[in-house]
Design a binder for this molecule. Structure first.
Ligand SMILES: Nc1ncnc2c1ncn2[C@@H]1O[C@H](COP(=O)(O)OP(=O)(O)OP(=O)(O)O)[C@@H](O)[C@H]1O
Ligand SMILES: O=C(O)c1ccc[n+]([C@@H]2O[C@H](COP(=O)([O-])O)[C@@H](O)[C@H]2O)c1
Length: 198
C-alpha cells in the first residue's frame, strides 16, 4: 500500500522580519487543516514589492530559521532565495513539488491577498499545484474571489513587518511582536535602525 502524502503548508513571505502574526497564522492553519509541516519560504524579491528596499535575503532567511527552531512543525525552505530573481509562486510550487513528490502542498497567504490571485503569474496553474489557504488578518478585509481556496480564521494579531521596522527605528520595543531570538538577531546585526521605509 502507498504511504499517504505528507500534508505540507507553504507560507511564502517577504519576512522583513518574520513576526508572531506570521507564526500564529501558520500554526492555526497547521492545526485546523491537520498539516504535517509548515515551510516558511522567504521570497528573494516579491513581484508586487519591486522598488522597495528590503533587508538582504540572507538576514531574512536567518531570522526565519531562528523562528522555525522554536517549533518542531516549522522548517525553512531557501528555494526562492536560491533561485533568485523575482519570486513567482508558480516557480516556488513547481520547485517544491520536484523536491517533495511525497507532499500535498497548501499555499498559505493573507485572505486579502487571495483577491489579487488573478494578478499572479500563471494564476490558473497555481491552484492546480497547491490548495490555496487564505488566513484572516486584522485590518485587511476578506477577499471576494472566484479562485478556489480554504478560508481559515487565525488569531487576530495586528502585527506587520512594517510596524516592527518602524518600532526598531523609533527605539520602541519589539519584544512579544517577534520571537526573542529574532529580536536579538535584529539588535546584534543592527537591522532596521537605518533607512528602510523612509
Ligand atoms: N498579522 C498577520 N496575520 C495574518 N497573516 C499575516 C499577518 N502578517 C502577515 N501575514 C501574511 O503572511 C504573508 C507574508 O507576509 P509579509 O512577509 O509580507 O509580512 P507583512 O507583515 O505583511 O509585511 P509588510 O508590513 O512589510 O508588508 C502574507 O500572505 C501576509 O498576508
Ligand atoms: O506569483 C506571483 O505573481 C506573486 C505575486 C504576489 C505575491 N506572491 C508571493 O506571495 C507571498 C507573500 O508575499 P508578501 O510580500 O505579502 O509577503 C510571497 O511568497 C510572494 O512571492 C507571488
Amino acid at each position: 500500500m502507498q504511504a499517504p502524502l505528507a500534508r505540507v503548508g507553504v507560507l511564502g513571505g517577504t519576512f522583513d522580519p518574520i513576526h508572531h502574526g506570521h507564526l500564529a497564522a501558520a500554526s492555526e492553519v497547521c492545526a485546523q487543516l491537520g498539516l504535517d509541516q509548515i515551510l516558511l519560504t522567504p521570497a528573494y524579491s516579491q513581484p508586487f514589492k519591486q522598488g522597495y528596499d528590503t533587508e538582504t535575503p540572507e538576514h531574512r532567511l536567518a531570522m526565519c530559521a531562528l523562528a522555525a527552531d522554536e517549533d518542531e512543525r516549522f522548517a525553512v525552505s531557501p528555494v526562492d532565495i536560491e533561485r533568485g530573481g523575482v519570486t513567482y509562486t508558480v516557480d516556488t510550487l513547481t520547485d517544491l513539488r520536484e523536491q517533495r513528490p511525497d507532499a500535498e502542498l497548501f499555499f498559505i497567504t493573507g485572505a486579502d491577498a487571495v483577491a489579487r490571485l488573478d494578478e499572479w503569474k500563471d494564476a490558473d496553474r497555481l491552484t492546480e499545484l497547491a490548495t490555496f489557504v487564505g488566513v484572516t488578518r486584522p485590518g485587511h478585509s476578506l477577499a471576494d474571489t472566484t479562485r478556489p481556496h480554504i478560508l481559515v480564521e487565525a488569531p487576530a494579531l495586528a502585527i506587520s513587518s512594517t510596524d516592527v521596522r518602524r518600532r526598531v527605528r523609533a527605539g520602541l520595543p519589539i519584544r512579544y511582536l517577534v520571537p526573542r531570538s529574532v529580536a536579538d538577531y535584529i539588535a546584534v546585526n543592527g537591522l532596521y535602525y537605518g533607512g528602510l521605509d523612509d
